[in-house]
Design a protein around this ligand. Structure first.
Ligand code: GLY
Length: 378
């Protein structure tokens, strides 16, 4: 078991809960945070884009820590918007449906057995399957399914596969498992380089279904190592191993994790792209929190592995670094938790700011440390 300072752990959890309380007041039952923040404050937004699930997930984490039903009640009241969104297939013309529905509806179902949450999450899995292309056997990341110009897979999608693995288990229908497994194999083959660094995306020929070339969207260069992408690989492969018990994933997951660790700057917080290994390049704190969750998940699944002790120390170092220099702080008017995240440098979005996914993964990491028997939401 990881010995991260218990007092620190409790005080950081209390801080998160305080920020979530501010969010509850601001967003009420119907709104969600916008994907960027100004000075630790998110504007109100709707159930759109890829991120609302992280707010619902934070509420559920807060409920699990405090057992205060007020958080659960708000997360329950979010269900209407998830249900309507998936029924109308509104803003789901992308692969990120798992990010929306796992930490919200799947988590609510796992926690409470809510049948409406289960039904909604299964409908979301069906929507994810609509992105699957049989010729090539992959989930198309972005764009209309009949658009030949925008046709690629991306590393982030590893976090959307648990929705399908979960749906297969819950429904008994093989098709979800097959689609997830095929996409997983394609991602491992194309997106993980022989040195265990990762490409962000890989363009696929629309008609032939064959790989064309790697290409970044949010990283520094096509051949660089976008930090959040590397972190998605760390966590995504761990979760995929949990569902499949495919032993070939163990070596891959350990390799991408060790690479993530090797590329950390001395201050233990990754630059937004891991080609930069100095302390002073713009950070992406969310990548750090995601990678910690991945390491904790793999350590939970594999009681014995050769890197375990090193990772345990690294988890403490990374969490201390985030907690000591990269929190927003409990200032009036703020609801964000983690500071110094990076949305997308090439798009000029969310630079050196808080993002709700960073907040979510930081708190998930705390909860994993606080409750080692925590049932994961993915
Ligand atoms: N789409 C997920 C990300 O920006 O990391």
């Amino acid at each position: 078991m990881i010995q991260w300072d218990k007092q620190k752990l409790e005080s950081k959890l209390a801080y998160c809960i305080g920020q979530i309380d501010n969010g509850v007041e601001q967003f009420g039952d119907s709104f969600f945070p916008l994907d960027v923040s100004v000075s630790g404050r998110y504007d109100c937004y709707y159930n759109r884009s890829w991120i609302p699930g992280f707010w619902s997930g934070l509420l559920l984490l807060a409920y699990e820590v405090t057992m205060d039903k007020k958080y659960l009640d708000v997360a329950r009241r979010h269900l209407d918007s998830y249900e309507i969104r998936i029924k109308n297939l509104s803003d789901v013309c992308h692969h990120d449906i798992g990010f929306c529905y796992s930490p919200s509806c799947v988590a609510l179902y796992k926690l409470t057995g809510d049948e409406r949450a289960k039904k909604t999450a299964l409908a979301a899995a069906d929507a994810e399957c609509l992105r699957y292309k049989e010729n090539g056997k992959y989930i198309k990341a972005w764009g209309a399914m009949d658009d030949p110009k925008e046709n690629r897979i991306i590393i982030d999608c590893l976090l959307n596969l648990p929705l399908l693995f979960w749906a297969a288990k819950e429904s008994g229908q093989e098709k979800y498992y097959e689609i997830a497994l095929n996409h997983l194999h394609k991602s491992v083959d194309l997106l993980i380089r022989p040195d265990a660094t990762t490409y962000h995306t890989y363009v696929i020929d629309f008609n032939e279904g064959v790989p064309v070339m790697p290409k970044t969207a949010q990283g520094y260069a096509d051949d660089s190592i976008w930090a959040r992408g590397q972190a998605w690989a760390v966590y995504g492969l761990a979760l995929a191993y949990g569902y499949t018990r495919d032993e070939s994933l163990v070596e891959k997951q350990i390799a991408v994790t060790n690479k993530f660790i090797d590329l950390l700057p001395p201050d233990q917080v990754p630059a937004w792209d891991m080609v930069f290994t100095d302390n002073n390049t713009l950070k992406d704190t969310s990548a750090s929190a995601i990678a910690v969750c991945g390491m904790l998940e793999m350590n939970r699944l594999l009681q014995q592995h050769k890197n375990r002790a090193v990772w345990e120390q690294k988890i403490c170092d990374m969490m201390s670094a985030l907690s000591e220099g990269h929190l927003v702080g409990n200032r009036p008017g703020t609801s964000a938790i983690l500071a110094h995240g990076t949305g997308s440098v090439p798009h000029g979005q969310g630079i050196n700011a808080s993002q709700i996914w960073g907040d979510y993964y930081y708190m998930e990491a705390l909860v994993r440390l606080y409750k080692p028997d925590w049932v994961q939401y993915w």
